[in-house]
Structures are given as C-alpha cells and as structure tokens.
Design a protein around this ligand. Sequence first.
Ligand SMILES: O=C(O)CCC(=O)C(=O)O
Length: 281
Amino acid sequence: MGSHIDDEAFIPPTVDQSVLSTELDLDAAVVHFAREGWATTPPVVDATLLERLSAELGDLEPRAGLRNLLDISPAARTLASSMAVRHIPEAVLGAGCFVTRAILFDKTPESNWKVPWHQDLAIAVAERRELPGFGPWSVKDGVVHVQPPTAVLAGMVTVRVHVDDCGLENGPVRVLSRTHDLGKLDPAGIQQLRSSATEVSCTARRGGILAFRPLLLHASSASTNPGRRRVAHFEFAATDLPEGLDWQLRWRSEPHISHPEDGPSRMRGQQAPRIVHTDIP
Ligand SMILES: O=C(O)CCC(=O)C(=O)O
C-alpha cells in the first residue's frame, strides 16, 4: 500500500507570466540603478492605465512642462501609486517614500526644447522658510522652489513613465553614468565629465520607465520627430525637510490602498487632502 496521487486531479498553480516578467524587469532595473545611478525598463506599466492617462491628457495643449499633474489627472494618481512606478523608489528609499512633484512633459516639434547637461537641484516646497543650506529660492508656476543641501537630493529618486514611444529622434533624456555620487557640480566639473564619460541615450517604449538620481548629469535634445513624446515625471523622497519646511506634495497612494505600517499619520501634512477628487473605483 502506498500513497496515491491522482495526477488527473492535480491542478498546477497559475502564474501570470506578464506580472512575473514585469517584476523581473523591475528587479533588474534596481540592480542597474544602484550601480549606474539610472535605469530603464521595457514596458512595465499596465496598458489599460496608460490608455486612461492618454485619454485624460488628450485635450491638453502640448506644452513643455505641466506641473501639478496629480491635481488634474486621476489616472496619474493611480499611476503614481502603482507597483510599476513605486518599485524602484521603494527598493532604494524604502516603502514609506512619497511623490514630492509630478510633471507632464510633452515634447513635440511645436512644443520642443533641449536641455543642456545639468543636475536637478530644485525641489518644490509648501512655503519659503529661510534655513541654512537652502537656496537660492524661486517660484515656478506659483509653486515655491528651493535648492536644498546635497544630502536631500541624494535621498531622492526620479521616475519617468513614457506615455509614448521615445526613440532617438524624440529627444530622449541622455545620461552620464555614475555621476550622481559627486555632489553638486560646477560648470567646469560638468565640462570635464562630459569629455571623459560616455553618454547613454535613454530611449524607451510606451509604458517603459526611466529612473535616475536627481544629481545624475543628464541632458536632452530637441525632437526631430512629428510624434508626441509625453512623459509623466515623478520625484520621490522619503524624509521630512528640517525646521518645519515641508514638501509641496507628499503623495503616496489612493486612500483605498492600505499601508498598514503607516497608521494614522499617513494623512499628515499635505499628502492626500491636497487632491480632492477621488473618483478612482
Ligand atoms: O524631458 C526632457 O527632455 C528633459 C527633462 C530634464 O532634463 C529634467 O527633467 O531635468
């Protein structure tokens, strides 16, 4: 007498291959990001969500940068809370990371631009407060911005979701690997790195992600393609600013997505209440 296994009755567990390959792609991106200061992925964003986002953005006039993307687009809010967008920042900054700024970049031959080699040095904050190490200050589209100390920028991750395919002729972001660990660079330092490091063009398919450290040297060329190159750009941080200075935005997730480790403080400050429409099912 032995045990009897009924082969007919055995149903193997189902594995959603697309979810599995997305996770593998994102895990590989985390490894690349840790080494190089940037990473791209194949399409990892849910296609239906991208459709919704495209539909919501469809009526907008193409323009270089549309700030406060989360205020105008429910789909952008779902996107900002999605596993695909949060995977790299969570791996790098921890599960408590939040979006501090969300911008739509829409590059077409009509709304075209190029950006010289630079680091992203400014953050958006709730209001001006004079603090040592913070400055200069500026106001962009009514939002107060400031250059914080290097440590704040070193604790941030930018995630860009490509809403359209972005080939070499669409003015992709170009990066210089491993330049994110060198602090704030002056023009001479930037020039020297440009001549010694090899640039990489971060092309992507619709639904693909580019993530980079704000201090990574990057640039982009004007588009020479008649198509649109829309990018939803999210900046993540995970720590408070000092002395009562606050981020302009602390977006983590739709209220219905539970983060049990947060407790009641999740709604603190300007996080969810800044966005009043919650028509996500
Ligand atoms: O969207 C682009 O082409 C450039 C964006 C950029 O340089 C930036 O976000 O700092």
